[in-house]
Design a binder for this molecule. Structure first.
Ligand code: AHR
Length: 487
C-alpha cells in the first residue's frame, strides 16, 4: 500500500466555515414535500403538525443548518397566499414544472416555518420574481416577520401564529435566466434592485438577501449582475451547478448502472465546481470585496429510476454519490472565504437526496452519512491542509479538508476516489499534539446503495486511526470517505 504524506497546520486558520455550507433544499417537486417530509396531521405515521417525526430527528442528527423552500423552479410560480389559512379552502394549482400534478397547498408558510423551528434550522425563502409582484413578496415578508399591528401580521395571527418567525435568508427569484422568467441579466438585475427595496427589516429581523446568480460557467451573467447589484442590495449571489457524468444535461445516465469510466467522469465533473467558484469569485471581486456565493443548488443529477414519474426526479444514491458529496463539501470548506452557503438538491426523495421514504419506512442514503461525518466542520475555522496526491484516471485520488472548532477539536475529512488503490495517510499536525483520534469510515462497492430491503448496507463504522509522534496515521481504502476528530 502506498503511503501518502499529509499535513494540517493548526496555526494557519484560513476562513470560517459557515454551518450553512451544510445546507439543504426542499422543493414542491415529486415526493419531496408530499409523501416525503409532510404526511399531514391525520397520518398514521408519527408526525408533528403533519411533518414526519423520523425525518425531523434525522435532520437534527446531522445538525441540518438551513433549508431552502419552496423551490427551485416551483418558487417562481408559487403564490404564498394560496398556502395559508384553513386547509380545506386553500386554492389548488397545477405544478407545471414537476409532473403537471395538482398542488393542494396543504404545506405552506406556517407549516414550513413551524417545521424549521422544530428542526432548529434557518429557513431560506425563495421569493417569486418570475410571475409574482413586488407587493406580493413585500407582504410575505411582513406576514412572516412583523410583530406590530398590520394587515399581514394580523392575518398571521388569524392563522394561529401570534409571534413572528425569524427569517434571515431571502433569495429573490430562482434561475431567472431560465425557468424563473428567461430574463437577460440586465433586466433581472434591475428587477432585483426593485424587489429587494421593498423587502423590509421588520421588528429586529435582518434579511440576508441573495440575488439570483449564474448557471454553471455563465460568467457574463455574473459580470452584468455584479455591475448593477451592489453590497447595498445583496449580501450574496447564488450559483447552481449539478454534477452530470457526461456534462450533457440531455444525456445523464443511470444512477446505479455505470462503467468505471463514467464514474471517473462523474468525479471529474464534481471537482469542476472548484474552478467555477474561483472564476466567478474573480469576476465578483472586480466589483465587491464583500459579496459571497451561495451554491444553493448542487449535487448529482441522473436519469430517473425506471417506472417512476419523469417529472418527479427520483434517482438512487450509491457510493458514487457519497464520493461526490465528500469531494464537493471538501471544496466548499476550502472555499469558505467566498462560499457562504450551499444547498444540496433535494433533501428527501428527489435527485441526490439524503433521505428516502416508502410508506412509514425511512432510509438514510450514503449522502446522508457523509453529511453526518462532516458535521463537526460546521462553524469551525478552516485550517491549511495538504495531501501528497496521486492521480487516478485523470483526477486527483484524494480530497481533504480540515478545521478546528472553538474548543480546539480538529476535524479532518478525506475521500479516496480511486476504485483500485488503497492508501495509508501519514498526517503531520503542526501546532497541536492531539491525544485521541475518533475515526469513521464509509466505504463499499461504488455501485452499491441502500434500499428498503437493505437500508443499512452503506453506513459509517468506526475506523482505526493511530496517534503518532508527529500527528495521526490511518488507511484510506479505495472508494471511501474517512472522518477523524482529534482532541
Ligand atoms: O432541482 C431541480 C430544479 O433544477 C430546480 O427546481 C431548478 O432550480 C433547477 O433547474
Amino acid at each position: 500500500m502506498k503511503t501518502l504524506s499529509a499535513a494540517v497546520n493548526t496555526l494557519d486558520k484560513k476562513s470560517h466555515i459557515n454551518r450553512e455550507i451544510y445546507g439543504h433544499f426542499s422543493e414542491h417537486l415529486g415526493r419531496c414535500i408530499y409523501d416525503g417530509i409532510f404526511v399531514g396531521e391525520n397520518s398514521a405515521i408519527p408526525n408533528t403538525n403533519g411533518v414526519r417525526n423520523d425525518i425531523i430527528q434525522a435532520f437534527k442528527d446531522i445538525r441540518l443548518p438551513v433549508l431552502r423552500w419552496p423551490g427551485g423552479c416551483f418558487a417562481d410560480e408559487y403564490h404564498w397566499r394560496d398556502g395559508i389559512g384553513e386547509k380545506s379552502t386553500r386554492k389548488k394549482m397545477v405544478n407545471t414544472h414537476w409532473g403537471g400534478v395538482t398542488e393542494d397547498n396543504s404545506f405552506g408558510t406556517n407549516e414550513f416555518f413551524n417545521m424549521c423551528e422544530e428542526i432548529g434550522c434557518e429557513p431560506y425563502l425563495c421569493g417569486n420574481v418570475g410571475s409574482g409582484t413586488v407587493e406580493e413578496l413585500a407582504d410575505w415578508i411582513e406576514y412572516i416577520t412583523f410583530d406590530g399591528v398590520s394587515p399581514m401580521a394580523d392575518l398571521r395571527r388569524k392563522n394561529g401564529r401570534e409571534k413572528p418567525w425569524k427569517l434571515k435568508y431571502l433569495g429573490i427569484g430562482n434561475e431567472n435566466w431560465g425557468c424563473g422568467g428567461n430574463m437577460r441579466p440586465e433586466y433581472y438585475a434591475d428587477l432585483y434592485r426593485r424587489f429587494q427595496t421593498y423587502c423590509r427589516n421588520f421588528s429586529g429581523n435582518e434579511l440576508y438577501k441573495i440575488a439570483g446568480g449564474p448557471n454553471v460557467d455563465d460568467y457574463h451573467w455574473t459580470d452584468v449582475l455584479m455591475s448593477i447589484v451592489n453590497d447595498n442590495h445583496a449580501k450574496a449571489i447564488s450559483l447552481h451547478y449539478y454534477t452530470i457524468p457526461s456534462g450533457d444535461f440531455w444525456h445523464k445516465g443511470s444512477a446505479t448502472v455505470f462503467s468505471d469510466e463514467e464514474y471517473y467522469k462523474t468525479i471529474a465533473q464534481a471537482l469542476r465546481v472548484d474552478r467555477l467558484i474561483e472564476k466567478h469569485a474573480a469576476v465578483m471581486k472586480k466589483y465587491s470585496d464583500n459579496m459571497k456565493l451561495a451554491v444553493d443548488e448542487w449535487g448529482c443529477w441522473f436519469d430517473v429510476e425506471e417506472g417512476t414519474n419523469p417529472g418527479f426526479l427520483f434517482q438512487q444514491n450509491t457510493m458514487r454519490d457519497a464520493i461526490v458529496a465528500a469531494v464537493s463539501l471538501n471544496i466548499f470548506n476550502q472555499r469558505s472565504d467566498i462560499v457562504c452557503m450551499a444547498n444540496i438538491a433535494q433533501v428527501v426523495n428527489v435527485l441526490q437526496c439524503i433521505i428516502m421514504t416508502e410508506g412509514d419506512k425511512l432510509l438514510k442514503t450514503p449522502t446522508y452519512h457523509v453529511f453526518d461525518m462532516f458535521k463537526t466542520h460546521q462553524d469551525a475555522e478552516l485550517l491549511y491542509s495538504y495531501t501528497q496526491n496521486t492521480e487516478t484516471n485523470g483526477i486527483p485520488a484524494v480530497s481533504q479538508s480540515a478545521s478546528m472548532d472553538k474548543d480546539g477539536k480538529i476535524t479532518m475529512t478525506f475521500a479516496n476516489a480511486s476504485l483500485g488503490e488503497d492508501f495509508e495517510i501519514d498526517c503531520a499536525i503542526v501546532g497541536a499534539a492531539p491525544r485521541t483520534a475518533e475515526a469513521r469510515i464509509l466505504t463499499g462497492d461504488v455501485r452499491s446503495f441502500n434500499d428498503f430491503a437493505s437500508p443499512e448496507k452503506l453506513a459509517p463504522v468506526g475506523h482505526k486511526a493511530e496517534i503518532t509522534d508527529k500527528g495521526v496515521k490511518f488507511t484510506l481504502p479505495k472508494c471511501s470517505v474517512v472522518s477523524i476528530v482529534l482532541s
